[in-house]
Ligand binder design. Structure first.
Ligand SMILES: O=c1ccn([C@@H]2O[C@H](COP(=O)(O)O)[C@@H](O)[C@H]2O)c(=O)[nH]1
Length: 240
């Protein structure tokens, strides 16, 4: 059963180490290194987490011209992460170049990281998308369009809200990954997230894996919060 990915949105390696020290040291977690931690601690934090036996999603959401993204992916490919990403808004050529960079930069004998693309950030509402990005479509249509473009570029899946997972899978294929942040326990604070879903609903809607940050990292007892979210997800998955 897929473990939730814990977003390690921390300012430095010391904070990451004390957070992880709360878990049994044999427990292999699936963690996410995002911009804050990567800009502070660099590739070494990724190597440290991989060497400690954790699976890593490197969430840098690359978005630049195809050549720059391809060369950057060549560098990131050797870090040993399982999953990494780009912004789908970068377009077909950029996503194709990112995939080539990952394959070209991969170390022989090591798995090539899966590449996924962010459709619309879960902190974006339909109204914001339409007004600020001048998109003249529903959020579902826009996200599904970007998911199809991502599939056309040969990527493994997308980052989306679980609210869109069903429609995306219908428009692409059942094995096209829908990795879903914006997860909150019922009644929890949404913070800056707009498209929020509980772990149970995410499972029912066909999410492949949850990404959870603050509901775990800022909980009074992060290990208990992680276990609760994991259990809610697993139970709902089994029922579905
Ligand atoms: O659309 C997106 C893409 C990425 N994220 C990332 O997921 C976590 C969510 O953190 P919470 O604290 O659970 O809100 C965070 O690292 C984001 O960068 C996202 O939320 N939405």
């Amino acid at each position: 059963m897929s473990r939730p990915i814990i977003a390690l949105d921390f300012p430095d390696q010391t904070t990451v180490k004390s957070f992880l020290a709360q878990f049994p040291h044999t427990e292999q977690l699936y963690v996410k290194v995002g911009m804050e931690l990567f800009y502070s601690a660099g590739p070494d934090i990724v190597r440290y987490l991989v060497a400690a036996g954790h699976d890593v999603f490197l969430d840098l959401k690359l978005h630049d011209i195809p050549h720059t993204v391809e060369q950057s992916m060549r560098v990131l490919a050797s870090l040993g992460v399982r999953l990494t990403n780009v912004q789908a808004a970068g377009g077909l050529a950029m996503m194709t170049a990112a995939q080539s960079g990952l394959i070209g930069g991969s170390v022989a004998g090591q798995m090539v990281p899966k590449l996924i693309a962010v459709t619309q950030l879960t902190s974006t509402s339909e109204q914001q998308m339409q007004q600020e990005q001048l998109v003249n479509a529903s959020l579902m249509t826009a996200v599904t369009h970007l998911a199809k473009l991502t599939q056309q570029a040969g990527l493994a899946g997308v980052v989306c809200s679980a609210l869109e997972a069903q429609q995306i899978k219908q428009a692409t294929s059942s094995d096209f990954l829908c990795i879903t942040p914006g997860i909150r326990l019922a009644g929890g604070n949404a913070d800056d997230q707009q498209r929020v879903v509980t772990p149970q609903t995410a499972a029912q809607l066909g999410s492949d894996r949850l990404v959870v940050g603050r509901p775990i990292t800022q909980a009074a007892d992060p290990v208990q919060a992680y276990r609760q979210i994991k259990q809610l997800w697993e139970v709902a998955h089994d029922k579905h």
